[in-house]
Design a protein around this ligand. Structure first.
Ligand SMILES: *Cc1c(COP(=O)(O)O)cnc(C)c1O
Length: 717
C-alpha cells in the first residue's frame, strides 16, 4: 500500500516501482540512486526509500530531475529493473528448461528481507529471506508463504539498569512495501480456515522480492471474530496455544491461499517444523479428491522437502494433544481417519511422550529431510532415530545442506568495489567458480586494509550517531552514553558479538573471568574493545539477565569505555557490525547452534571469526581463516563453559591480539590481512546462499518435480 508522493517529478516516477520491489536492496545502482537523492537523509532514515521519497521535498527532487548525472543513473536503474522482470536467461531456465514452468512453494514462519519489513526475529527469518533473494537471482520459480505480523518484532529499549523492556509498536502498513491481494469479487479475504470451532478468514499481502513473490497471511480483518483478529498479529508471542493456532493457520491457510491464487506447486518446502501443517492440509486435499490415507501420505511425501534447524529437543515445537485436537478438530473426520491416526502423525515414539511434535509430523510427511550443517546432520540423526527403529543411525534418510548467506545483501559496497578491481567486472556472475575465490588470496594488502579501516570507522560513526539520538530523544545520562560506544577507539582491536540473546549463545562467556578480561581490554599498548548487540526474546528471563549483566559492564569504569552495547539489533545494524568488526565472536555451546550465519556475513567482508567448533564453523574453519575454540565436552555445562572461556582468553592473548598489533614498516598487520583474505576466500567459495540454493534445487526441488523414484524411506516408528 505505497503512500503517495506529491513532489515526485514525472521524470522520476519509476523510483516508486523500484522502492516497492525489495530487489533494490541488493542492487548497487539502485541503492546508490536513493543515496544520491540526499545522502544525509538516507542515512538518518536508515535506508527506507518510501520515507525518503516522502520526506525529501520538492526542491531537491526537482534538482535531481534536472541533473544529467542523476538522470543517467536513473535510466540505468530503470533498465536494470525492466531486465530483472523479464530476464533473457537465468541459471534455472538454462539448467532445467523442462522444469521451468513449475512452481516451488516455500513456507516459513518468518522472513527477514529488509529491516523496513519487520516480520523476522533472527537467523531463521534471515535465512528464508536470503533463500528467496537467491531464488530471484537464479530464476528459481519459487513462491514464499509466511505471516504478516503487525507487531511483536519489538523495538528494544534498555532501561537505565540494563533491563530490556519490550515495546510493541504496530507497524504502519501504509509505510511498508506490502501490497494487499484482493479476494474474489473484491472481498478482503482469499480463504478461510476452521479452528477452535470458528472459521477464520485469511487476508493476503504480497511482497515482491525481485522475481519472487512472498504471500503473507493476515487475520486482522473485520469479518473475523474479535478474538481471532489478533491470531496472526504478533511474531512468536503469546503462549503455546496461540502459537499452535498460528502454525495451523500458516500451514492450512497457506495451501488454500495458493489454491485461491491458482498456483499449483510441484514441490513443497517447509522451512522448520512451524509450517508442518502445510503437509497435513495436502494430505486432506488428496483424501477429499479420492485417495486413501496411505496413498495421500505417499503422494504428499513425494513432493515434499523439510528442513530442520533445531538441534535440541526443547527447541522443537510440541503441543499437548488435547490442544491440537481443539485447534484442528475435527479435521480428521474430513480426512476419513480416526483422531488417533491423525495424532499419530505428531507422535515421537518414546515412552511417556504423548505430545504432538511438529518436527515428527514434517518427517513423516516429507520424502526429503535435511539439516543445515554437517554437524547438525549428525545431531539430527540421533534426535530422530526412534522414528526408524529398524535402521542404524548412519543409515537414516537425513542429509544436510549447509546454510549460506546472500552475498549481494551482506557484502559491503566497498569490498565489492575492491573485488571489481581485483577480479574484474562481472565476478558476481562467477561466484560458483572456486578458482576465482582463490584469487582473493592475492588481494592487495594496503587496499584491503584501507577498506576495512573505513568500514570499521563507519561502525563507530554509527554507534556515535545512535548515541546522539539517545541523548537528544531520550535524555540518556553520561554513563549510559559511554555504554553506547562513544569512547570507542578506531585504532583498537574490536571484537563484535551480535545475535539473539539466547542463553546457549553465551554472550557472557567472555566475562567468565573478569580480571583476566580486564587485563586484555585495558592493556595500555594493545587495547581490546568489545561491541555487543542483540535482543532477548520477551519471555526469556535468563536471556534478559545476561543482557543486563553485559549492559552493566559497559559502564564499569575499569573497562575504560571499551565495552559497548548497541541497542536495537536488526538487519540494518547487523550490516554495520558484520562489515566493521575486526573479529566476529561466536561461542555457542556445542552442538546447540545448528549452523549460525552471522559469521558467514562477516567473513564475506573479510572479517575473521573466533568461534567454538559448532554449526558451520566445524566445516568452515580451515586453520587460516580465523580461530577455533575446540574445548572438549565437559561433565557439566559449568565445566564446559569454563574450558571454553579458558581457550577463548588464550586465543585472544596469544594469537588474536599479537597478530592484530604486529605491524610492518608501513603500519600494516600483514599476517592479519592474510587471515582476512582467507576468511573472504572460504566464505565466497562455500558459504553463499547461491551454493546453498543450487543444492536445494539439484538435490531436492528438481527430483521432487520430476517425481524421481528413490526408495521411499518413510518412518516406521
Ligand atoms: C544473520 C542474523 C542473525 C543470525 O545470526 P546467528 O549468527 O545465526 O545467530 C540474527 N539476526 C540478524 C539481524 C541477522 O542479520
Amino acid at each position: 500500500m505505497p503512500p503517495v508522493f506529491p513532489f515526485l517529478p514525472q521524470r522520476l516516477e519509476g523510483l516508486v516501482d523500484v522502492a516497492c520491489n525489495l530487489n533494490w536492496t541488493w542492487n548497487r545502482e539502485a541503492r546508490r540512486i536513493f543515496a544520491a537523492i540526499d545522502h544525509q537523509l538516507w542515512t538518518r532514515l536508515r535506508h527506507d526509500p518510501l520515507a525518503l521519497l516522502q520526506q525529501v521535498g520538492a526542491e531537491r527532487l526537482g534538482q535531481c530531475a534536472a541533473d544529467p548525472a542523476f538522470l543517467a543513473l536513473y535510466d540505468a536503474v530503470m533498465r536494470w529493473a525492466a531486465a530483472e522482470q523479464s530476464p533473457s536467461q537465468t541459471w534455472f531456465a538454462q539448467r532445467y528448461p523442462a522444469e521451468a514452468g513449475n512452481t516451488i512453494a516455500y513456507f516459513c514462519a518468518e522472513f527477514g528481507l529488509h529491516h523496513t519489513v519487520p516480520i523476522y526475529s533472527g537467523g531463521l527469518g534471515i535465512l528464508a529471506g536470503d533463500h528467496c533473494k537467491t531464488a530471484s537471482d537464479l530464476g528459481v520459480p519459487l513462491v514464499g508463504v509466511g505471516i504478516l505480523y503487525r507487531a511483536g518484532y519489538f523495538d528494544q529499549q534498555v532501561r537505565n539498569d540494563g533491563w530490556q523492556e519490550d515495546t510493541d509498536d504496530p507497524i504502519d502498513l501504509t509505510r511498508t512495501v506490502v501490497e494487499p491481494v484482493e479476494g474474489p469479487g473484491g472481498v478482503p479475504y482469499l480463504t478461510s480456515v476452521r479452528t477452535a470451532g470458528r472459521d477464520v478468514f485469511i487476508k493476503v499481502w504480497r511482497l515482491r522480492v525481485g522475481r519472487v513473490t512472498i504471500y503473507l497471511l493476515d487475520a486482522d480483518i473485520e469479518q473475523n471474530h474479535r478474538d481471532d483478529r489478533h491470531l496472526l498479529s504478533r511474531l512468536y508471542a503469546g503462549g503455546p496455544g496461540l502459537r499452535l493456532r498460528q502454525e495451523w493457520l500458516l500451514g492450512v491457510g497457506g495451501v488454500r491461499v495458493l489454491r485461491a491464487l491458482g498456483i499449483a506447486p510441484a514441490a513443497w518446502h517447509a522451512n522448520e517444523g512451524h509450517a508442518a501443517f502445510m503437509f497435513v492440509e495436502r494430505v486432506r486435499e488428496f483424501i477429499v479428491a479420492g485417495l486413501t490415507y496411505d496413498e495421500a501420505v505417499k503422494a504428499v511425501r513425494a513432493a515434499s522437502t523439510f528442513t530442520t534447524h533445531t538441534p535440541v529437543p526443547a527447541g522443537h515445537d510440541t503441543f499437548p494433544v488435547f490442544d491440537v485436537a481443539e485447534c484442528t478438530g475435527p479435521v480428521w473426520e474430513e480426512m476419513g481417519i480416526s483422531r488417533d491416526t491423525f495424532m499419530a502423525l505428531g507422535r515421537y515414539p518414546v515412552s511417556g511422550d504423548s505430545s504432538f511434535h511438529m518436527t515428527t509430523t514434517a518427517l513423516r510427511l516429507s520424502r526429503r529431510t535435511n539439516a543445515v550443517s554437517r554437524l547438525h546432520e549428525a545431531v539430527t540423526r540421533k534426535l530422530w532415530a526412534p522414528l526408524w527403529p529398524d535402521r542404524r543411525e548412519s543409515d537414516l534418510p537425513v542429509t544436510h545442506v549447509t546454510n549460506g548467506v546472500h552475498l549481494a545483501t551482506w557484502m559491503s559496497n566497498s569490498i565489492m568495489q575492491l573485488l571489481d578491481a581485483h577480479l574484474g567486472q562481472g565476478w558476481g556472475a562467477r561466484v560458483d567458480d572456486a578458482a576465482q575465490w582463490e584469487h582473493v588470496l592475492s588481494l592487495d594488502a594496503t587496499a584491503l586494509w584501507n577498506v576495512h579501516r573505513w568500514l570499521k570507522n563507519q561502525l563507530l560513526v554509527h554507534a556515535r550517531e545512535q548515541a546522539r539520538h539517545l541523548f537528544s530523544a531520550h535524555a540518556r545520562d553520561a554513563a549510559q552514553l559511554v555504554g553506547t560506544g562513544v569512547l570507542l577507539d578506531p585504532e583498537a582491536l574490536t571484537i563484535c558479538f551480535a545475535r539473539r540473546f539466547a542463553t546457549y549463545k553465551r554472550a557472557n562467556l567472555i566475562f567468565h573471568d573478569v580480571e583476566r578480561l580486564l587485563r586484555i581490554v585495558s592493556n595500555p599498548s594493545r587495547p581490546v574493545q568489545l561491541i555487543f548487540a542483540g535482543k532477548a526474546h520477551p519471555a526469556d528471563i535468563p536471556g534478559k539477565q545476561i543482557l543486563q549483566e553485559i549492559y552493566q559492564t559497559t559502564r564499569d569504569p575499569r573497562f575504560e569505555g571499551r565495552i559497548a552495547f548497541v541497542e536495537d539489533y536488526d538487519m540494518h545494524l547487523a550490516h554495520v557490525l558484520v562489515q566493521g568488526a575486526d573479529v566476529w565472536l561466536n561461542v555457542p555451546r556445542i552442538p546447540m547452534e545448528a549452523s549460525g550465519t552471522s559469521g558467514m556475513k562477516a567473513a564475506l567482508n573479510g572479517v575473521p571469526q573466533l568461534s567454538t567448533m559448532d554449526g558451520w564453523w566445524e566445516e568452515g574453519f580451515n586453520g587460516h581463516n580465523g580461530w577455533a575454540i575446540a574445548a572438549p565436552p565437559g561433565e557439566s555445562t559449568r565445566e564446559e563453559d569454563s574450558a571454553a572461556a579458558d581457550q577463548l582468553y588464550e586465543l585472544i592473548e596469544t594469537s588474536v591480539v599479537p597478530t592484530f598489533y604486529n605491524r610492518d614498516a608501513n603500519g600494516l598487520p600483514q599476517r592479519w590481512i592474510q587471515i582476512m583474505r582467507h576468511a573472504l576466500c572460504a566464505a565466497g567459495a562455500r558459504f553463499t546462499s547461491r551454493r546453498m540454493l543450487a543444492e536445494y534445487v539439484n538435490d531436492y526441488y528438481v527430483p521432487s518435480i520430476r517425481g524421481e523414484k528413490t526408495p521411499d524411506e518413510a518412518p516406521t516408528g
